[in-house]
Ligand binder design. Structure first.
Ligand code: PLP
Length: 389
């Protein structure tokens, strides 16, 4: 029997779905370390602190109590209730437990959201630079990402700029605040402008609020809390950044119908839900005192200020990130192309960063530095840049 070449070919919906560039960078860092070099790591996307003890204890307790069986695929009622309460009080999103689905991290929430909304040929507006996987999630739906430069939009006005990039094929807007990679926090007025635009054009918003608890200047505002938005917004959240739980894979989405049905189908037929003990740990996380989040935010702020003043002093101009844990300096002084600039930083100063081009054309000439690391690493990395660039 012969096998035709078309048989041994990946399904076409995966053709334009990429793999993260960051993997290559990680390999290079490992290589340098294997050669005995010290690498000052600013390329990551993880909280610098460990998961709080009460969360770990709740997981251990759940195991001891044999809470290890299948849970409902959308989440245990106790966690869905606790999330709905948090959404009502902290995000001002009018949600009940039935509007909440528990998923494996923000990524699975976003995957289900795009799968629920985007048809082949639909266009999705992304403020750019954007978090890299979003383009791949849109590609997986055989949709098209249309990049809307964030700087231009904030200067000229969000609605006016969105209008320039929207077409009759536009179906949705990805609304990420605080933003990865540049730490931009969109204001309440900006949310209102986007809400008015999507209502006028009858579009859907996929909101990503992964960094909601990491805002240093201004306040976090959930677009779904605005009048007329709850029915046309799927908001995706994660425990990863707020509670230092990246490896636990716990997140949730809030949406009304028909989106909730879409999210449920995407979850049921991929992971069939989140591990049961992990969900009990999630309940414990939501019961933690707010002061814990405030304390973490203060620690991030110290790191942000330290990194920012050092970068600006070296001449790498950088707007102060109002949220998340990334600085995104302009590095044209070193090299106009961010991949080359990142190589120079790594090879000359052993400072690992992510080239801005990874986050789309509007990220070119920039590097992403995470300040979610130790004070010592920030000081030593800056010192190495001062001496070696
Ligand atoms: C903007 C943004 N959204 C969502 C996520 C998803 O996080 P996770 O899948 O760990 O919950 C991340 C993680 O880096 C992110 O940066």
């Amino acid at each position: 029997m012969t096998t035709s070449p078309t048989v041994l070919r990946l399904a076409s919906r995966l053709t334009d779905v990429g793999f993260s560039d960051i993997v290559k960078l990680r390999n290079r860092i490992m290589e340098l370390r294997a050669q005995g070099e010290t690498v000052y790591q600013f390329e990551g996307g993880e909280p610098f602190m460990p998961t709080p003890e009460p969360i770990k204890e709740a997981m251990t307790r759940a195991l001891a109590e044999n809470k290890t069986r299948y849970a409902p695929s959308s989440g245990i009622p106790e966690l869905r209730e606790a999330i709905a309460e948090k959404l009502r009080t902290r995000n001002r999103i009018p949600a009940e437990a039935k509007d909440v689905i528990v998923v494996n991290g923000g990524m699975q929430a976003l995957f289900g959201a795009f799968q629920s909304v985007v048809n082949p040929g639909d266009e999705v507006l992304l403020f750019s630079p954007y978090w890299t996987p979003i383009k791949d999630l849109v590609a997986h739906c055989q949709g098209r990402s249309v990049l809307v430069p964030t700087d231009e939009a904030r200067e000229v006005g969000l609605a006016q700029t969105l209008a320039r990039y929207a077409t009759p094929r536009t179906k949705a807007i990805y609304y990420n605040t605080p933003q990865n990679p540049n730490g931009v926090v969109l204001t309440t007025d900006e949310a209102k402008a986007v809400a008015a635009f999507v209502q006028e054009r009858d579009l859907i918003v996929i909101a990503d609020e992964a960094y909601e608890d990491l805002v240093y200047d201004g306040e976090h505002f959930s677009i779904a809390s605005l009048d007329g938005m709850v029915e046309r917004t799927i908001t995706c959240f994660t425990f990863s950044k707020s509670y230092a739980m990246t490896g636990w894979r716990l997140g949730y989405a809030v949406a009304s119908e028909p989106w909730m049905t879409g999210l449920k189908k995407a979850t049921l037929y991929s992971s069939n839900g989140v591990s049961t003990p992990t969900q009990w740990a999630g309940v414990a996380a939501l019961n933690l005192d707010q002061s814990l989040l405030d304390k973490a935010r203060d620690e991030y702020r110290v790191r942000r200020d330290l990194l920012l003043s050092g970068l600006n002093e070296i001449g790498l101009t950088c707007a102060s990130p109002a949220g998340a844990f990334y600085a995104f300096p302009d590095v044209r002084l070193i090299h106009p192309y961010s991949r080359e600039a990142a190589d120079i930083f790594l090879n000359r100063a052993q400072v690992a960063t992510v080239p801005g081009i990874v986050f789309g054309v509007d990220g070119e000439s920039h590097l992403r530095f995470s300040f979610s690391t130790s004070i010592e690493t920030i000081e030593a990395g800056l010192d190495s840049l001062r001496r070696n660039l």
